[in-house]
Design a protein around this ligand. Structure first.
Ligand code: F6P
Length: 548
């Protein structure tokens, strides 16, 4: 594969970036009253406004050409067809098969995975309904009140984020608690709140080897047995979600209590699989299906919309434009919706684990910045924390602002206040406040010329800070499905355009392997690996202090 920098669209964009770096967004708005109409798109339930991004007509055309020259359509079709586009792990990439509501066959190595998905969904439906109705009983004959969902990374963030996003729709049937950290504090806090006889543990791990999850799972079994005193009771209180039946058996979970996933589901794209079981348990299976339906709508849009209209693709092109051409190496995700408070953390894994790579498809060093640092928090809280830097700092941080028209909870004027902030912030970031405006303002407040001269530089806001506004009709199950699928396809497109393999995570594997070695050094006799002097010193210090 040719390096992207040799494409004519890449070169045209490089030239355009020099021109646009000298442009101000406000000038672009002042000179084109139709800018909002031109640079905003609708998909069902979503308004996507990218008119406050630093692009003009020709840049947008060049970005679309970049997608075409990167063979994006062919790659997209390969993904949907189940081809093994995760070539470094020799795997298909089929999270779209998990929400293929049309049930069209998709073949991987000659097997129709749609049938496998359907049968697993049926199993989730039956199980979640039995637990929620009280038919599933624990070892004392009582029904389940609490679910403890144990998993980390993709086996935690997706379900927990969706659970938080949709908690307004939960009935009081079950409580769900998430445990991801191997720091015993988290598990201990959760176990304090629950009773063994009414608790169901869902152990989610694609590999069933992840040390954090396995340690939390083992400690949970030990805690449970202190009450149950009978290993046969485990079958009524522990279920697993995994691809690895051998390991789930070895752990002691009966096969019928294991929900399957497949190697063609990447961890960070897995909430649509049985990894989403805690969502179905908490909200009911039908709500889980609504999440799948929302995502499926976006899959269809992504598959069929022209590039100029294709929202996930435009999201990716803007990210590449901001990062690789304009040089902004950070991106904020700012939901103006409490329900979406975990979205930044979720997207941090989605984007950075996928596209934080240093070589192109053919193993050459990438000559441009790939993924920006993704971070953020709810916009309102961010306003009182880091927005000062977004407005006047000397780094520019492009940001996605996300809000909904209808609140989940209508409370007096609250939603209008929230939305006023959402609208004001992007306007201020775009337009800024120039010297003349500052002077006029200070004069109107009766400041002397001397005072004005002292203050003016401090009060200037240069503006020209790119933002995208995503407005959902309402944060409901379908909307959450749509929103996540938009970002998933964005990440896919970004990877193709940047020519990086989005679906492996060798960097994470490296850390896992090293931690396993050091764990052995800390917990077993006579195990020692070679380390640099700092790591060796830290290990020795810890062991000496710990053993005192
Ligand atoms: O965080 C790294 C990672 O490899 C993710 O990709 C994955 O979601 C997570 O670990 C957990 O892995 P597993 O589901 O196998 O426990």
């Amino acid at each position: 594969m040719n390096c992207r920098t040799s494409l004519s669209s890449w070169q045209a964009l490089t030239t355009s970036s020099e021109r646009l770096k000298k442009q101000h967004l406000k000038t672009l708005f002042d000179s084109d009253s139709g800018r909002f109409d031109k640079f905003s798109r609708h998909i069902p339930g979503v308004l996507f406004d990218f008119s406050k991004q630093l692009i003009d007509d020709s840049t947008f055309e060049q970005l679309v050409s970049l997608a075409k020259e990167s063979d994006l359509a062919a790659w997209r079709d390969k993904m949907f067809a189940g081809e093994k586009i995760n070539f470094t792990e020799d795997r298909a990439v089929l999270h779209v098969a998990l929400r293929n509501r049309a049930n069209t066959p998709i073949l991987v190595d000659g097997t129709n995975v749609t049938e496998q998905v359907q049968s697993e969904l049926e199993k989730m439906k039956g199980f979640s309904e039995r637990v929620r109705s009280g038919e599933w009983q624990g070892y004392t004959g009582k029904s389940v009140k609490d679910v403890v969902a144990i998993g980390v990374g993709g086996s935690n963030l997706g379900p927990q984020m969706v659970t938080e996003a949709l908690s307004a729709y939960a009935d009081n049937t079950l409580n769900v608690h998430y445990v991801s950290n191997v720091d015993g504090v988290q598990l201990a806090q959760v176990l304090k709140k629950v009773e063994a006889e009414t608790t169901l543990f869902v152990i989610s791990s694609k590999t069933f080897t992840t040390s954090e999850t396995m340690n939390n799972a083992r400690s949970s079994v030990n805690w449970f047995l202190e009450s149950a005193q009978d290993k046969s009771a485990i079958a009524k209180h522990f279920v697993a979600v995994s691809t690895n039946l051998e390991k789930t058996r070895e752990f002691g979970i009966a096969d019928e209590n294991v929900f399957t996933m497949w190697d063609w589901v990447g961890g960070r794209f897995s909430l649509w699989s049985a990894i989403g079981l805690p969502i179905a348990l908490y909200l009911g299976y039908d709500k889980f299906v609504e999440v799948l339906e929302g995502a499926f709508e976006v899959d269809e849009h992504f598959k069929t919309a022209e590039f100029e209209q294709n929202v996930p693709l435009i999201m990716a092109l803007l990210s590449v434009w901001n990062t690789s051409f304009l040089g902004h190496t950070s991106q904020a995700i700012l939901p103006y919706d409490q329900a979406l408070h975990m979205l930044p953390a979720y997207l941090q894994q989605g984007e950075m684990e996928s596209n934080g790579k240093h070589v192109t498809f053919d193993g050459q060093t990438v000559p441009y910045t790939t993924v920006p640092i993704i971070w953020g928090m709810t916009g309102i809280n961010g306003q009182h924390a880091f927005y000062q830097c977004l407005h006047q700092g000397n780094v520019i941080v492009p940001a996605d602002f996300i809000a909904s028209v209808e609140p989940q909870v209508a409370l007096g004027k609250h939603h209008d206040v929230l939305l006023s902030n959402f609208l004001a912030q992007t306007e201020a970031m775009m337009a800024g406040v120039n010297e003349e405006q500052v002077r006029n303002d200070l004069q109107s407040k009766g400041k002397s010329e001397e005072e004005i001269n002292e203050l003016v530089a401090h009060k200037i806001h240069k503006g020209n800070r790119p933002t995208t506004s995503i407005v959902l009709d309402k944060v409901d199950a379908k909307a959450v499905g749509r929103l996540i699928a938009m970002y998933e396809h964005k990440i896919f497109c970004q990877g193709i355009i940047l020519s990086v393999c989005s679906f492996d995570q060798w960097g994470v594997e490296l850390g896992k392997g090293l931690a396993n070695n050091i764990e052995a050094e800390l917990t077993e006799e006579n195990v020692a690996y070679e380390h640099d002097s700092s790591t060796a010193g830290l290990i020795a210090y810890y062991k000496q202090k710990r053993n005192k």
